[in-house]
Design a protein around this ligand. Structure first.
Ligand code: ATP
Length: 217
């Protein structure tokens, strides 16, 4: 009988990832992997390093040590920046541009998933009727929803979501969970940071706990 085909490489595989600021280790070395169809919940208190970890994975931070592989292929920080979708604390919007204009700008910069339309993505994010509203006139939750519309338009398989529920009402929280579930069902993967496990999306989830290293004297 022929051998069974080898298992596919994880979508992301991280070995020995560490980060230090002024020679003080913030986290790591960390080893973990996330498969297609899976979420990794990154849990930790304020200052534990969750944002820093996601920014390092997104290729937005210099100085991280260790190795990151995407689909089994070593991916340096610069290469990762174009292969992941990062949803951070700051939505990265241009205040004077309307919602559609912001999405057009970001899709031009970061690419766009085939078959998804900008107006449709705005509707999914609950922003129908706000197409021409400048980002500066959106509420914090509406700006987060606009960033979620951008996430939905992203072609990236790996989502890095930093506190995605911040500023969202209950329907917004459910929207995030529906989006994560659909993304994983389509073969994607996600890292989701949280202070607690209270709003974990109902998907196949593993847990990575970051402990705060030290408190200032
Ligand atoms: N730009 C920076 N320069 C210097 N130190 C920083 C910078 N950004 C973060 N830090 C420090 O790094 C540590 C980790 O911060 P990080 O934002 O990664 O934590 P976090 O787990 O995401 O916290 P929170 O839950 O409060 O958002 C904190 O002690 C913070 O003060």
């Amino acid at each position: 009988m022929p051998d069974a085909p080898p298992a596919p490489a994880p979508l992301i595989d991280v070995r020995g990832l560490g980060f230090a600021r002024d020679d003080v280790p913030l986290f790591g070395p960390l080893d973990f992997s996330v498969e297609a169809g899976e979420a990794l919940l990154v849990q930790g208190g304020n200052g534990a390093g969750k944002t820093t970890l996601l920014r390092a994975l997104a290729g937005l931070l210099d100085g991280a040590t260790g190795e990151v592989r995407l689909h089994g292929v070593a991916a340096a920080a610069a290469a990762r920046a174009g292969q992941v979708a990062y949803l951070g604390h700051l939505p990265g919007l241009k205040a004077d541009l309307g919602a559609v204009e912001n999405l057009e700008y970001l899709c031009g910069l970061l690419g766009r998933r085939a078959g998804v339309d900008i107006v449709q993505a705005l509707g999914i994010a609950g922003l129908a009727g706000y197409e021409d509203t400048p980002a500066r006139n959106l509420s914090a939750g509406q700006r987060r929803r606009l960033a979620l519309a951008r996430l939905w338009l992203s072609p990236a398989e790996l989502w890095l979501l930093d506190e995605p529920y911040a500023n969202l009402d209950l329907p917004g929280i459910e929207l995030v969970n529906r989006m994560v579930r659909a993304h994983l069902d389509a073969g994607g993967a996600a890292l989701v940071t949280t202070h607690g496990a209270y709003a974990a999306p109902p998907v196949r989830t593993r847990l990575l706990v970051l402990e705060r290293r030290e408190d200032p004297a």
